[in-house]
Design a protein around this ligand. Structure first.
Ligand code: PMP
Ligand code: GLN
Length: 395
């Protein structure tokens, strides 16, 4: 038989699914895949339930129900001063995952180059390759994950069509500084390219920092496609409602991509997300404050256990070096470490090497802190017992 799609045949099952399945198998506390362990706001849930019952269950408008497009436009204005026309500059998708794919489809022809920043979220590379485009990887390095400006500049060339940036960034928790964003904006304009901005963690930002969409920088309004996710903003990751804000011409193309991917997105959930986006500022501030406290709790706990914890400024995640845990280090890769941790400590984490195409660092694990405090404490207790046991065995 003829070989089906070679790129998909070579793509493994996502690490998040693999680790969540192992967590279930081992009865582990799941600090791997990033999802909160409590539901989002009651009024949003209620709005969804009510929106199931009032007779609007057929195909909604392709670009999204008017209520949600208006709410996304209003949120753009409220939080960032971005003016966007709900009729033509907002596209609702089935999750940010679809939004990112639709944006890549909107921009890329086969052979176009796309600048990607490693470590990277695991859908970017496969989609870029499936579209026949050429990834140009630029790597951030721990512990600071600072943007290597000369390398980034060198990655741009005459065939560059776009850069994809993720801020706040998964898995590093990096928040790109205003200065770094200005540097990127300058490159994008000088090379006449576009930017896809994965901003799913826009409201999960800590220490009083303010999220800065690349789109708000001078000259960038017409070059950016900005992606958000109700899953993250309302702690409802299963809902899969994403949204794109883009200049009209690009939004039109992203809508055509959406037409061929899913066509529409469940109307009831869209209407509930519109209710969520209209919540007052305190909801968004409390969400960030709650997660910041959880970040602090988990980071401090991991440090106490002996992990080399890296700072995290946003997102659901903290990255930790496990090599200092044992006098002679851990004998194995990050994937080995995470598999051992699940099987023996009964705690799931994600090996950071999964966020690299090749030659990754092999001594970092990513832990999700979007869990109830008692769950974080229980995970820390389990790891403390495991580390003590391992050290005793080695002594
Ligand atoms: N981008 C990043 C960086 C993410 O971490 C996630 C998390 N799932 C997504 C995109 C996808 O978001 P969604 O669940 O809305 O598809
Ligand atoms: N974004 C989530 C994470 O990084 C996972 C989403 C998924 O499983 N596809 O953990």
């Amino acid at each position: 038989m003829k070989t089906p799609n070679a790129l998909l045949a070579a793509t493994g099952t996502t690490i998040f699914t693999v680790m969540s399945a192992l967590a279930v198998e081992h009865g582990a506390i799941n600090l791997g895949q990033g999802f909160p362990d409590t539901d989002g706001p009651e009024d949003v849930l209620r709005a969804a339930a009510e929106a199931l019952m009032d007779g609007r269950n057929q195909y909604p408008p392709m670009a999204g129900v008017p209520e949600l497009r208006q709410a996304v436009a209003a949120a753009n204005k409220r939080f960032y001063g971005i003016e966007a026309d709900p009729n033509g500059e907002i596209v609702v998708t089935s999750g940010a995952t679809e939004a990112i794919t639709a944006c890549l489809m909107a921009l890329l022809n086969p052979g176009d180059e796309v600048v990607l920043i490693e470590p990277l979220y695991d859908t970017y590379l496969p989609v870029v390759k499936l579209l026949g485009a050429v990834p140009k990887l630029v790597r951030l390095s721990p512990p600071d994950w600072e943007l290597p400006r000369a390398e980034l500049a060198a990655a741009f060339g005459p065939r560059t069509k776009a850069i994809l940036i993720n801020s706040p960034m998964n898995p590093t928790g990096k928040v790109f500084s205003a200065d770094e964003l200005a540097f990127i904006a300058d490159l994008v304009q000088r090379h006449d390219t576009y930017a896809i901005c994965d901003e799913v963690y826009e409201h999960l930002i800590f220490d009083g920092a303010k999220h800065i969409p690349l789109m708000t920088l001078p000259g960038m309004r017409d070059r950016c496609l900005r992606v958000g996710s109700a899953g993250k903003t309302f702690s409802l990751t299963g809902w899969k409602i994403g949204y794109i804000t883009a200049p009209r011409a690009l939004a039109t193309l992203a809508t055509k991509a959406h037409q061929n991917l899913t066509f529409t997105t469940p109307p009831n959930l869209q209407r509930a997300v519109a209710v969520g986006l209209a919540k007052d500022d305190s909801y968004f501030a409390d969400l960030a404050a709650d997660l910041q406290a959880k970040r602090d709790r988990l980071s401090a706990g991991l440090s106490r256990l002996g992990f080399g914890v890296l700072p995290t400024r946003g997102s659901y995640f903290v990255t930790a070096d496990f090599s200092p845990l044992f006098p002679r280090g851990f004998n194995g890769t990050d994937a080995d470490f995470c598999r051992t941790l699940i099987a023996e400590a009964k705690v799931a984490a994600i090996p950071v090497s999964a966020f690299y195409e090749s030659e990754p660092p092999r001594h970092y694990a990513r832990f999700a802190f979007c869990k109830r405090p008692e769950v974080l404490d229980a995970a820390l207790d389990r790891m403390a017992a495991w580390i003590a046991h391992r050290r005793a065995q080695a002594a």
